[in-house]
Ligand binder design. Structure first.
Ligand code: RIB
Ligand code: CA
Length: 338
């Protein structure tokens, strides 16, 4: 095995599909499994999409495990406006020629973490329900991971579901909280960087001839799903589609594309307006309080220990170049000027 052993936990979804393809086309990684969680669409559809996307890439042997059908405590919110009723914008996938494992995703994650003895990486790009359940199932799970990269949250920018919450954390705040308190070596790839990693509509249109002339099934599929994604994002006032989940994969493939800061991050689980908010302690201090009978008094300042490397800056040009090169979506300079 040459690349970093890696599992993707997905709620496939268009950008999850693109993340799977980027991971499978990156020799820096060895994809040893995919675990599925309900999110962008319902779980059975997530499983179908994941098996289909792996088939598009010829990855027929990557094991797939089905996991949580709903968040730990809350009602699921799906996102067919962005991803289509089937989660992949109505693009045809190869018929599934195999079933997912009988083993549930949280147990699958725990088993792989044990088998890879401290070398396993997890890139979680859906609600964190499966990962939280793995933490609960095996108290040594989080510590056994080499790294856990999470696509989710918003440390210094607004949310994309509520004014403060990002979709994956909004969908299962309790799970996100468990994961952030787990002690895992955590990288948070949130909206701070993913909203700057746009696949521009202009580039998409330039690719039409390249795709039509090419035979690469991965490039054709990626181009087709981006169509739906772009329509929704243009309607939302953007100039392109944020490649949220592929950027989380890039955090392992090319860590130097992201500049991270070690911060203490807590996930809000209460609050009518704030559930799912990732609260990053950017100034690094908390007040120490002591009770004075009928009130509390500030008696000092503490420094909460960082629990997460939070990505705050991205080299978006280099990332989009990497994404396009790996997925066969590169426009040559000659085509560019035509
Ligand atoms: O907020 C972006 C995240 O939510 C991505 O993982 C995307 O797939 C959506 O579900
Ligand atoms: Ca996702």
């Amino acid at each position: 095995m040459n690349g970093l052993p890696t599992v993707l936990d997905v709620d496939t979804g268009i950008d999850d599909a693109l993340a799977l393809l980027l991971a499978l086309r990156s020799p820096e990684l060895e994809i040893v499994g995919a675990s599925c969680v309900a999110g962008n669409v319902m779980l059975d559809q997530v499983v179908r999409n994941t098996l289909g996307v792996l088939a598009v890439a010829g990855a027929h042997r990557v094991p797939v495990a089905a996991g949580a059908r709903r968040p730990l405590l809350r009602r699921l919110t799906t996102a067919t406006f962005f991803h289509g009723e089937d989660g992949i914008g109505g693009v045809a996938l190869p018929a599934a020629s195999r079933e997912p494992l009988a083993e549930p995703a949280p147990a699958f994650l725990c088993r792989l973490a044990r088998e890879f003895g401290g070398r396993l990486n997890v890139v979680a790009v859906g609600p964190l329900t499966n990962v939280a359940l793995a933490c609960v199932l095996d108290s040594s799970f989080a510590a056994r991971l080499e790294r856990l990269v999470v696509m989710g949250g918003a440390a210094t920018v607004p949310g994309n579901v509520t004014p403060v919450a990002e979709a994956n954390f909004y969908n299962d705040p309790e799970a996100a909280r468990i994961v952030f308190e787990s002690g895992a070596r955590l990288t948070m790839v949130g909206l701070d960087v993913t909203m700057r990693a746009l696949f521009e509509a202009q580039r998409y249109h330039l690719l039409r001839d390249v795709i039509a002339a090419g035979q690469d099934p991965v490039a054709r599929f990626a181009w087709a799903v981006l169509d739906r994604y772009l329509k929704a994002d243009l309607a939302a006032g953007l100039t392109g589609s944020p490649l949220h989940d592929p950027l989380a994969v890039a955090a392992l493939v090319r860590p130097e594309l992201l500049t991270c800061r070690a911060l203490h991050v807590e996930i809000e689980t209460g609050g009518r307006l704030s559930a799912g908010q990732s609260v990053a302690n950017v100034n690094g201090l908390v007040e120490r309080l002591e009770s004075r009978g009928d009130h509390d008094d500030v008696v000092g300042l503490d420094r909460p220990p960082p629990n997460c490397d939070v990505a705050l800056v991205v080299d978006s040009t280099a990332f989009i170049d990497l994404f396009c090169e790996r997925l066969g979506l590169s426009v040559s300079p000659r085509q560019h000027t035509q």
